[in-house]
Unconditional design. Structure first.
Length: 60
């Protein structure tokens, strides 16, 4: 079965909280700890836009 081309690119809209490497990358990208990144995902869900905002707010 081939991939569903209508869903192309949608995966990048989310941070896979269950994938250690994605959480680690997100934390490094924003200069926060992995624990802080995990807490943000728990609090705000896995939508990348909201998480980026929340991580920036942590740094200010």
């Amino acid at each position: 079965m081939s991939d569903d081309k209508t869903k192309a690119g949608r995966d990048r809209e989310f941070v896979a909280g269950g994938e250690e490497y994605e959480v680690r990358y997100f934390a490094q990208k924003h200069g926060i700890s992995v624990e802080q990144a995990e807490r943000l995902i728990e609090q705000h869900g896995n939508g990348r836009e909201k998480l980026d905002e929340a991580a920036r707010a942590l740094k200010s």
